[in-house]
Design a protein around this ligand. Structure first.
Ligand code: NAD
Length: 495
């Protein structure tokens, strides 16, 4: 691992791509407009980036459609597509430092986390998905002897992917790997808050052998580039990761245009429930801290609601506060840093408002303060924990997307399940118990797409990732993610 000084030196020499990537080449936005992306740790401008809108969307979708129709990728044998995607994974590995550094500079995530989580996960997602694509079979229907019924998965055509800023490379990868593996063309619109790493990824994809036009990247704002993409009649599937609010808008855009299929990976307000029979309180408390403070709490599956059985609460909170001491704001380029700045001033203001509302609602502040912003010093915030929280408080119900934890207590299992489910979101949940029956019983009852028993956030490329309720309908990763980007085709042959 490089030292902080080495990362700083590298950050001064890195070349950041800042144009749209359409048809296999970089180009400015048709309007010539740009927007600034800044480093949240220093507030210095990193790059002036092409600000794409309708005209660029039209060009990118046309390029994607032409590539699809040409068959240069869509009709390539799956085994051949596999080789290209494996080469891309190798190139990502070779350029690992550069990709990690780009996201760290662009959104404030610690370099250690980039190298231990985002990069390995993204590379593995490409490798695993590439490996699986030539192992997916169609079917033959059980028809009578004078007919043959074939069932196959076909690529859908043009996939639009719209992604958030909190895991810029990884969230894009979770869409790109399966959509490309299935033979589609893609137009990706990254968040305007962290657009840089995927521009480099697109260039590496071309180097790996992906034909021109198969992957296009349009940096730009949601209400311009994103909306135009979502309304486009030549986009067949829209894959989104982001807030539930915008997810709802995308469903409307689909209805107003061509009924494109919309996959949503949306917000979360995940509960962690710790029962009195939890075998290792210290480990659970350390995990609770990681589950809300890693990536500054800017994590869709962050466990921002902690429900503790009243008999263990005191001991748990002591261990939690000790674990929290390990998360102090620092330079994301320092490999020791575990808490970087929030992504921007708007996010800092939002999180500050929620801390204030928790205080106004009478929750008891155990650690943390309302952040005092100093211009030019970065958007830093301390880890914040409130005890005495209740489900009827606003900060317990709404997604904050920052390092703010609400601690509530419960008396018995029924109450724990009821409190955990009393929320509009249903992304993840963490359950701590040493009782196998209870672990299964509670996992079944909790309304969420994912449950971690005696842990948090575990999973790999084999496991689907996604939620229920207002957390969305889509699943990234695993073979299910490939199906999302295919249409089922049936052919009935009279013999
Ligand atoms: P966001 O919804 O504000 O933006 C997400 C993307 O949508 C961005 O690219 C944005 O430009 C675009 N967008 C905004 N308005 C649009 C519009 N009108 N039309 C089309 N596109 C538009 O979300 P965010 O702030 O970037 O990300 C944080 C959210 O993402 C949180 O709610 C978090 O929980 C969620 N998230 C979910 C998952 C998951 O897997 N479920 C993973 C990561 C993040």
């Amino acid at each position: 691992m490089k030292t902080k000084a080495e990362w700083q030196t590298l950050s001064e020499s890195i070349t950041l791509r800042n144009q749209a990537y359409i048809g296999g080449r970089f180009q400015s936005a048709v309007s010539g407009e740009t927007f600034k992306t800044t480093n949240p740790a220093t507030e210095r401008v990193l790059a002036e980036v092409a600000s794409c809108d309708q005209a660029d969307v039209d060009l990118a979708v046309a390029a994607a459609k032409a590539a699809f129709v040409s068959g240069s990728w869509s009709r390539k044998a799956p085994g051949e597509r596999k080789k290209v995607l494996l080469r891309l994974a190798d190139l990502m590995q070779q350029h690992r430092d550069e990709l990690a550094l780009t996201d760290t500079l662009d959104m404030g995530k610690s370099i250690s986390e980039m190298l231990s989580v985002d990069l390995p996960d993204s590379i593995d997602c490409f490798r695993w998905t590439a490996e699986s694509i030539d192992k997916v079979y169609g079917g033959i229907a059980p028809t009578g002897g004078d007919t043959l019924g074939l069932i196959s998965h076909e690529p859908v055509g043009v996939v639009a992917a719209i992604t958030p800023w909190n895991y810029p490379l990884m969230m894009a990868t979770w869409k790109l790997a399966p959509a490309l593996a299935a033979g589609n063309s893609v137009v990706l619109k990254p968040s305007e808050k962290s657009p840089l790493s995927v521009l480099r990824l697109a260039e590496l994809a071309t180097e790996a052998g992906l034909p021109d036009g198969v992957l296009n990247v349009l940096p730009g704002y949601g209400h311009t580039a994103g909306k135009a993409l979502a309304l486009h009649h030549d986009v067949n599937v829209l894959a989104f990761t982001g807030s539930s609010r915008v997810g709802g808008m995308l469903m409307e855009y689909a209805g107003q245009s061509n009924l494109k299929r919309v996959w949503l990976e949306a917000g979360g307000k995940s509960p962690m429930v710790v029962f009195e029979d939890c075998a290792n309180i210290e480990r659970a408390a350390g995990t609770a801290a990681a589950a809300i403070f890693s990536n500054q709490g800017e994590v869709c599956i962050a466990c921002s609601r902690l429900y503790l059985h009243k008999s263990i609460k005191e001991r748990f909170l002591k261990a939690l506060l000790a674990a929290t001491a390990g998360y102090r704001g620092g330079d994301p380029l320092d490999p020791e840093t575990r808490l970087g700045p929030l992504v921007d001033k708007a996010q800092l203001d939002t999180v500050s408002r929620y801390i204030k509302s928790a205080m106004d609602d009478g929750a008891n502040l155990l650690t943390g303060v309302i952040p005092e912003y100093m211009e030019g010093q970065g958007y830093y915030i301390e880890p914040t924990i409130f005890d005495g929280a209740r489900n009827d408080m606003r900060f317990v119900q709404e997604e904050i997307f920052g390092p703010v934890l609400a601690v509530c207590e419960f008396d018995d299992e029924d109450e724990a399940v009821r409190l955990a489910n009393d929320n509009r979101y249903g992304l993840g949940a963490s359950v701590w118990t040493d009782n196998l029956s209870r672990a299964h019983r509670v996992s079944k009852q909790i309304q969420s797409g994912m449950v971690w028993v005696n842990g948090w956030g575990g999973g790999d490329s084999t496991m689907p990732f996604g939620g229920v309720k207002a957390s969305g309908n889509g699943r990234d990763k695993s073979l299910h993610s490939i199906e999302k980007y295919t249409d089922l085709k049936t052919v009935w042959i009279s013999l």
